[in-house]
Write a protein that binds this ligand. Structure first.
Ligand code: C5P
Length: 319
C-alpha cells in the first residue's frame, strides 16, 4: 500500500483543494479523502461488489480505476503539488476527517438488529472500526445475566435473581470468551423475555450510546426500543439454513463436530423465542435498511452498509 497527498491549487469552491489517496496497487485507489475550502470533507472507498465480480465504489468522491499517475506526471502540471506520505499520516487524516464529519452532526448512533448468526456482530465491529465509534454487543449483556444465574445454579425463571444480576452487569467488563458459550446464548434468550430485566439492561445500553462520539450497538431491539432515534438503522438477516451452515463451519473450523439438523432446529427455536416474545420482540424498525446476507460476503455487507451511512452523512452535511 502507498499513500499520496496532492495539493490542488485553484479557486474553484466546489472542488477539493487537498486530496489524500491510499493506493492499493498501481491500478486503483483504495481510500480517498478530499478536503474542501469550506471545511467539508468527502470520502471514497473501493471494494468487491456483492457478487464478488468487480470493484464498486462507495462515497462521494471521484475514485479512479484508471491507474494512479506517478508523482512526476502529477507535478509536471503547475496546478498540482504531490508527494508520497507515510501510512501513519494518511491514517491520521482519515481519522480526523471522519471525526469532523461526525462533529457536524452530534453523538452518532448506528443500530444493528437481526437474528443470531446473520453476521451483525462482524458488521458492527467493522463499522465501529471504520467510523471510529464505540461498540456494544448488547447480546453479551443478556448473556452475562444468564451466565450469573447458571454459575449460581439458579433457575432461569428466577426473575428477582435475574434483576439483581442485570443491575450488576458492568459493560466495561463483559468477557466475550466466557459469554460466547452456546449454553449462555440459549439461556440468555430465556432471561431476555422478562421486561424488568430488559429495562435495567436497556438503561445501561442507552447510557453507553450517549457517550461521544457515539456508538454502534447490535442486538434485537436497538432500532425499535434502545435507540429509536438512531441516525442509521440496519436490519441484518439471512435464511435460517445459511445461518446454520455458517455456525456449523465455525464449529468445524475450530476442530469441533456438530449436526446440521440440530443446529438448524436450535436456530429456529431461538428465532421463535426472540421474535415471539411480548416485550421488545425482534423485528425491523419501520425505518431500518434491510441487509440480507444470505448470499453476501461480509466485506460486501460492510460496503453496502457504508454506502447507506455515507449517503446519510453526505445529505446531512449538505443540509
Ligand atoms: O446476540 P446474542 O446471540 O449474543 O444474544 C443472545 C440472546 O440475548 C438473544 O437470543 C436474545 O434473546 C437476547 N437479546 C435480546 N436483546 C438484545 C440482544 C440480545 O433480547 N438487544
Amino acid at each position: 500500500m502507498r499513500y499520496f497527498f496532492v495539493h490542488w491549487k485553484h479557486d474553484i469552491p466546489e472542488e477539493p483543494s487537498h486530496l489524500w489517496y491510499e493506493v492499493a496497487d498501481d491500478n486503483f485507489q483504495n481510500r480517498t479523502i478530499e478536503f474542501y475550502a469550506d471545511g467539508s470533507v468527502g470520502f471514497a472507498i473501493r471494494g468487491p461488489a456483492i457478487d464478488g465480480s468487480e470493484d464498486i465504489e462507495v462515497g462521494g468522491t471521484g475514485n479512479s480505476t484508471e491507474g494512479f499517475p506517478d508523482l512526476a506526471e502529477i507535478n509536471s502540471d503547475s496546478q498540482f503539488e504531490a508527494l508520497e506520505v507515510a501510512a501513519v499520516d494518511f491514517e491520521r487524516r482519515w481519522s480526523e476527517a471522519l471525526a469532523s464529519r461526525f462533529r457536524m452532526t452530534h453523538v452518532f448512533t448506528i443500530a444493528i438488529d437481526g437474528p443470531a448468526g446473520a453476521g451483525k456482530g462482524t458488521l458492527a465491529r467493522r463499522l465501529a472500526d471504520h467510523y471510529r465509534l464505540n461498540l456494544l454487543d448488547t447480546g453479551l449483556t443478556y448473556r452475562a445475566v444468564a451466565y450469573a444465574l447458571l454459575q449460581h445454579a439458579l433457575p432461569l425463571d428466577n426473575v428477582s435473581a435475574a434483576e439483581t444480576a442485570a443491575r450488576q452487569v458492568d459493560l466495561a467488563k463483559l468477557d466475550r470468551a466466557v459469554l460466547s458459550a452456546h449454553a449462555a446464548g440459549e439461556a440468555a434468550s430465556k432471561v431476555a423475555v422478562y421486561p424488568t430485566v430488559r429495562r435495567i439492561l436497556v438503561e445501561k445500553q442507552r447510557d453507553f450510546a450517549k457517550t461521544p462520539p457515539g456508538a454502534v450497538l447490535d442486538g434485537r431491539d436497538i432500532g425499535t426500543v434502545v435507540c429509536p432515534d438512531a441516525d442509521i438503522k440496519l436490519y441484518v438477516t439471512a435464511s435460517a439454513e445459511v445461518r446454520a451452515r455458517r455456525r456449523l463451519a465455525e464449529i468445524e473450523s475450530i476442530g469441533g463436530t456438530a449436526n446440521f439438523t440440530e443446529i438448524l432446529a436450535d436456530i429456529m427455536r431461538r428465532d421463535e423465542r426472540d421474535m415471539g416474545r411480548a416485550d421488545s420482540p425482534l423485528k425491523p424498525a419501520a425505518d431500518a435498511h434491510l441487509l440480507d446476507t444470505s448470499e453476501m460476503a461480509i466485506e460486501a455487507a460492510f460496503l453496502a452498509a457504508m454506502a447507506i451511512i455515507d449517503d446519510v452523512l453526505a445529505k446531512r452535511n449538505k443540509a
